[in-house]
Design a protein around this ligand. Structure first.
Ligand code: FES
Length: 150
């Protein structure tokens, strides 16, 4: 079945089963590979994208449920002022180690700063709790969020 999705401001079409998770559509049908497959069951956060500005796990969203919702991935987040600040802080503080989880981390951090420009450590911990980093870059993640909020 053909679906037209709004991804990073572009209308993109994919011919997939209605229950195909958004992550698969992005990566396998549309070639948008920034969102990563970590667990496929909503437990790691590597696949985080924004749907109408909210951080969501794309492995848990059936494509048929999206309608006209605006999907933003790591490839498009730099177009927003907050996303750009977060990416700059990530780069300046060398947050990434292996890097695999970092697109999801940046998407969650950008969503946090968009709704709460001055988060406390507790706010950061709560907002980022669903994004697992096996390299344990959590200290640098928190520092980069603080820097981007400054
Ligand atoms: Fe979606 Fe892990 S791949 S939460």
């Amino acid at each position: 079945m053909a679906f037209t999705l709004n991804v990073n401001g572009k209308a993109l079409s994919a011919d997939v089963d209605p229950d195909t998770p958004l992550l698969w559509v992005l990566r396998d049908s549309l070639g948008i590979v920034g969102p990563k497959f970590g667990c496929g069951v909503g437990a790691c956060g590597a696949c985080t994208v924004h749907v109408d500005g909210q951080p969501m796990r794309s492995c848990q969203i059936p494509v048929e449920s999206l309608g006209a919702a605006k999907v933003t991935t790591i490839e498009g987040i730099g177009a927003s002022a907050v996303g750009k600040k977060v990416q700059t802080a990530w780069s300046e503080l060398d947050v990434a180690q292996c890097g695999y989880c970092q697109p999801g981390q940046i998407m969650s951090a950008t969503a946090l700063l968009s709704r709460n420009p001055k988060p406390t450590d507790a706010d950061i911990d709560a907002a980022m709790a669903g994004n697992i980093c096996r390299c344990a870059t959590y200290t640098r993640i928190r520092a980069a969020i603080k820097q981007a909020s400054g």
